[in-house]
Design a protein around this ligand. Structure first.
Ligand code: DC
Length: 237
């Protein structure tokens, strides 16, 4: 797998990394993207990388229980993360824009099989660190503060109740015209949480020094402001 970085990012010797971890449906992606725009940092959505590889594995018709076959797909797949002019992230799989495709329920239900493969995680972590070496980044995922960037400037762990998270995902999919029962989404999130938390390599875990933010009763702007305040505090000592 290769990841090409936005060519517009300046080479900066003092890279700052903001790590944002937490389970699905906490508003992580939206918050991370807005935070990155506010700070002028690159937004690095590591979940999108695992999702894109899942799509590649589906296209290659591999058996999802065959870790070696998925790893082989990972080695030969080209994934590009490019920042668009408005700061949002575009994900390309072998030069094809796959932003919407990688958010489908099918990908969501299969991505855990890919994310728990040690070899795949090794490839991903290496790439994420390479990107983080070149520019200031807001990096979003599950193992960012614990494994990928343990020395991040600020670490956040976003959380919310399962009901709130399922409801948010339900509304998100409905807006996109995807009809799935709320109960099904809840079960899917529950299963994905279990797989994320219990996998052997890079499990979802709050870093000891991460700031926990419960987003259940906060809107996106409130969460972004809270995070910005913390980053400012850290940046100015
Ligand atoms: O954040 P997301 O829902 O797009 O993530 C998709 C999947 O990828 C999710 O099951 C967890 C996994 N993932 C991971 O294992 N490690 C990361 N750093 C990011 C995502």
């Amino acid at each position: 797998m290769t990841i090409s970085k936005p060519k517009t990012c300046p080479k900066n010797p003092n890279k700052k990394i903001i790590a944002i971890d937490g389970p699905a449906g906490t508003g992580k992606s939206t918050v991370s993207e807005l935070l990155a725009q506010n700070l002028g940092y690159l937004y690095l959505d590591t979940g999108a990388m695992y999702r894109a590889l899942t799509l590649a594995a589906i296209n290659a018709r591999v058996n999802f229980l065959d870790s070696s076959a998925i790893t082989r797909v990972g080695r030969r797949t080209k994934i590009d993360l490019k920042q668009s002019n408005n700061g949002s992230l575009n994900v390309f799989l072998n030069n094809r824009l796959v932003n919407d495709e990688i958010r489908s329920p099918k990908i969501s239900s299969l991505v855990s099989f890919v994310a728990k493969i040690a070899e795949v995680r090794k490839i991903m972590v290496k790439l994420q660190r390479q990107i983080g070496k070149r520019q200031n980044c807001v990096v979003e995922g599950r193992d960012i503060g614990t494994v990928v960037f343990p020395d991040a400037l600020v670490k956040f762990y976003l959380d919310a109740s399962l009901d709130v998270r399922a409801d948010r995902r339900f509304k998100e999919l409905k807006l996109k015209g995807i009809r799935v029962a709320l109960s099904e989404i809840k079960e899917l999130i529950r299963r994905r949480d279990r797989s994320d938390v219990t996998r052997r390599v890079g499990p979802l875990k709050k870093a000891l020094d991460a700031i926990r933010v419960d987003t259940s009763n906060l809107n996106i702007a409130q969460v972004v402001n809270r995070l910005l305040r913390e980053v400012e505090k850290k940046s100015h000592g």
